[in-house]
Design a protein around this ligand. Structure first.
Ligand SMILES: *Cc1c(COP(=O)(O)O)cnc(C)c1O
Ligand SMILES: [Zn+2]
Length: 398
C-alpha cells in the first residue's frame, strides 16, 4: 500500500497519486516481505537482487542492470582524514548517477499503470536517467530543465535519448511546480522523487551497503542532499532490513548541503521539524541547487531518528574535495557528489565525527556529467611537436 507519512491515510498501489488527499503531505510505499536474507545469495549483483523488497511486478521489470555499484575501500584518503572509509560509487550506474535505481522502479510502475507519457523537472541527472529508461520502455518523455544551469553531459544524455527537452526560464523549484501541475491534470506520469516509487528503487543503495559490509551497518553514511529523496530512501532501505532482522544496528544519516542551498541544514541546526525554503539557491554543485526539497519531511526524520546530522560546505570545499578524491583514490565524481567528501572532512575537523569511525560516503554521479567544471579546474595541456626532442624537453622540466 501507499501511506501518508503525516496522517497515515492509505492508498492502493494501483493509484496514481503523489501527495495525500487528506492532508497534502508526502507519501511512502509500505512493504513488509517475509523472507530470509539467504535468498539473496548467488543472485546477480544488480539492485534487483532484492526484488522481494521492490513494489512492482517482477515479470516485467524495465532494467538496464542498475545498482550493484562499486563499494571501494579508500585507505589512503581514510588515513588522511582519520576514519575507516568506504566510498559507494553511484556514477557507475547505466546513465552515471543513482537516479537509475529510482527510474528502473518508477518506469516499471509507469508501464504497469499503462501510462504513455512520463515527465520530470530536473537539475540534470533525473532527466538523463528518465530519458534513457523511457526510451527502453517505449514511453514518451518530457523533461523541464532550468535554463543555463544544467551540466553539459546531462543535457547531452536527455536530448540524445530522445526526450522532449524544455528549457525553463526559472530555477529547479519553479520548474518542478510547473510540471507537477501538469501531472495533476493527468497529462503525464510524474517521475520526480515526490513519486514514492522512485525512493523504492533508491533504497537499494542502503541494501547494498549493509550487504557489502557483511550484514552490518557502518557508523555513519554521508551523502549530498538536494531534493532530499536519496537520504530518505537509503534510510528507508536500511530500516527495512533492520526490521526484517537482517542487521542489528543502524547508521547515523549525515546529509551535506551546499552553503547556498541549505534549507535542511538550517532546520537541523534549529532542531525544527520543517524547513524554510531558500529563495535563490546557488552553488557550483548544480545537482543540489534546490531551495525547497520535496522530501524534506522524510529527510529530517531520517536525520533525527538515526541520531545523524546535517552540515554545509562551500563551493570551494566541494571543488577541493572533488580533486582530492580523484587524485588520492582515482574516483572521478561530479561536484555535488564531492560534497559528501567535503562534509566528511569538515565534520572530522569540527570533532563531530570521531577518529576511526566507520564511514560510508556516497558519491552520487560521474565526473563526466560536468566536463566543463572539471576542465576549468585544470591547467591546459602542454603543447609539443611530435618528436622525441620536444618530448624530452618538456619532461626535463617536470
Ligand atoms: C539528484 C542528485 C543529488 C541529490 O539527491 P536528492 O535525492 O535530490 O537529495 C545529488 N547528487 C547527484 C549527482 C544527483 O544527481
Ligand atoms: Zn495525509
Amino acid at each position: 500500500m501507499i501511506r501518508c507519512i503525516s496522517c497515515g491515510a492509505e492508498y492502493g498501489l494501483d493509484e496514481i497519486i503523489y501527495t495525500c488527499r487528506e492532508c497534502d503531505s508526502i507519501l511512502e510505499v509500505v512493504m513488509e516481505p517475509d523472507v530470509s536474507r539467504d535468498i539473496f545469495e548467488c543472485r546477480r549483483n544488480t539492485m534487483w537482487k532484492y526484488k522481494e523488497f521492490m513494489p512492482v511486478d517482477e515479470t516485467r521489470i524495465i532494467s538496464l542492470q542498475e545498482g550493484g555499484t562499486p563499494f571501494i575501500k579508500c585507505d589512503r584518503l581514510g588515513e588522511e582524514l582519520g576514519v575507516n572509509l568506504h566510498v559507494k560509487v553511484e556514477g557507475s550506474n547505466p546513465t552515471g548517477s543513482f537516479k537509475d535505481r529510482g527510474m528502473s522502479v518508477g518506469i516499471t510502475k509507469a508501464v504497469e499503470l499503462g501510462v504513455d507519457t512520463v515527465g520530470c523537472a530536473s537539475t540534470g541527472n533525473t532527466s538523463a536517467s528518465l530519458a534513457a529508461y523511457a526510451a527502453r520502455a517505449g514511453l514518451k518523455c518530457i523533461v523541464l530543465l532550468p535554463s543555463g544551469k544544467v551540466a553539459l553531459g546531462k543535457l547531452a544524455q536527455a536530448m540524445f535519448h530522445g526526450a522532449e527537452v524544455l528549457s525553463v526560464n526559472g530555477n529547479f523549484d519553479e520548474a518542478l511546480e510547473a510540471v507537477t501541475a501538469l501531472a495533476l491534470e493527468g497529462e503525464l506520469y510524474l517521475l520526480n522523487s515526490i513519486n514514492p516509487y522512485r525512493l523504492e528503487g533508491q533504497k537499494s543503495i542502503g541494501f547494498e551497503i549493509v550487504d557489502d559490509l557483511g550484514w552490518r551497518s557502518p557508523d555513519r553514511i554521508i551523502l549530498p542532499v538536494g531534493n532530499a529523496g536519496n537520504i530518505s530512501a537509503i534510510w528507508k532501505g536500511i530500516r527495512e532490513f533492520y526490521e526484517a532482522g537482517f542487521i542489528e544496528d543502524l547508521p547515523r544519516m549525515t546529509g551535506i548541503q551546499a552553503e547556498g542551498a541549505c534549507p535542511i541544514t538550517n532546520a537541523v541546526r534549529k532542531g525544527a521539524d520543517e524547513i524554510i525554503p531558500v529563495e535563490n539557491p546557488e552553488t557550483v554543485a548544480t545537482a543540489i541547487r534546490i531551495g525547497a526539497p520535496v522530501s524534506a519531511l522524510k529527510a529530517l526524520r531520517a536525520i533525527y531518528d538515526s541520531d545523524g546530522t546535517s552540515d554545509t560546505v562551500t563551493d570551494e570545499e566541494i571543488l577541493d574535495a572533488q580533486k582530492l578524491l580523484a587524485r588520492t583514490e582515482g574516483i572521478g565524481v561530479e561536484p555535488a557528489s564531492a560534497s559528501s567528501i567535503a562534509g566528511l572532512r569538515k565534520l572530522v575537523e569540527s570533532g563531530e565525527i570521531d577518529n576511526g569511525e566507520d564511514v560510508v560516503c556516497i558519491v552520487t554521479g560521474h565526473l563526466l556529467k560536468d566536463p566543463n567544471t572539471a576542465i576549468n579546474a585544470c591547467k591546459e595541456p602542454v603543447s609539443i611537436e611530435a618528436n622525441i626532442e620536444s618530448l624530452k624537453n618538456v619532461l626535463k622540466d617536470l
